[in-house]
Write a protein that binds this ligand. Structure first.
Ligand SMILES: O=CCS(=O)(=O)O
Length: 192
């Protein structure tokens, strides 16, 4: 494994640990190259939960410890997370910022109106180091769109900061009964 992959594992693990420490038990994801290792960690955790092979542990209980729903469009994730919250789950949406534009109406018409919390863990593309030109516009508009939608956002720069920020963002979202976003940019993902 090269150093870049090792770095990504460390910063992804910080997010994963923060998700677990925050007792988030329902995760919806739309893939981004930066979220790859984090999604693998989540799936491995679910696999571990299911493979307890312990007759004393209820299978259903293990299966429901952590649920991950991969989806294809971020606004779909807003709706799924809203339903999961209403059934008692603590939710997070892993996404790329490019999907924020697809989600604004769902955030306003569902999460805002019905006061539903959600931690949005966002891979912030379209800024420094971006190689895909199509990512640039949304990359530059992301923070302004979050401000228009009145979604507080935080930009941790290190794994240690990310662990704290995600935990605090989860608490804040629960208190506000509204989404809170954690933006992880290209510099974060390359961080050692
Ligand atoms: O949305 C872009 C695809 S990738 O760069 O995340 O693979």
């Amino acid at each position: 494994m090269n150093q870049t992959d090792k770095n990504n594992l460390k910063v992804s693990n910080a997010v994963f640990e923060a998700i677990k420490d925050s007792n988030i038990d329902f995760i919806v994801s739309v893939p981004c190259v930066n979220l790859k290792n984090l999604i693998i960690m989540i799936e491995n955790e679910i696999e571990t939960n299911l493979n307890q092979n312990n007759p004393k542990v209820d299978f259903e209980e293990q299966r429901n410890k952590l649920i991950h729903i991969p989806i294809t469009r971020e606004e779909e994730g807003i709706g799924i997370c809203a339903g999961a919250h209403l059934s008692g789950r603590k939710t997070a949406l892993l996404m790329q910022n490019s999907g924020l534009g697809n989600s604004i109406n769902a955030i306003g018409s569902l999460l805002k109106v019905y006061k539903i919390p959600l931690v949005m863990i966002i891979s912030h593309r379209g800024d420094l180091k971006e190689k895909i030109a199509a990512q640039i516009p949304m990359g530059q508009w992301t923070k302004k769109l979050l401000e228009v939608a009145e979604i507080p956002y935080y930009c941790p720069e290190t794994p240690e900061e990310a662990e704290k920020v995600i935990k605090y963002a989860t608490e804040m979202s629960e208190t506000m009964k509204y989404p809170v976003a954690v933006l992880l940019d290209a510099l974060y993902w390359e961080n050692d």
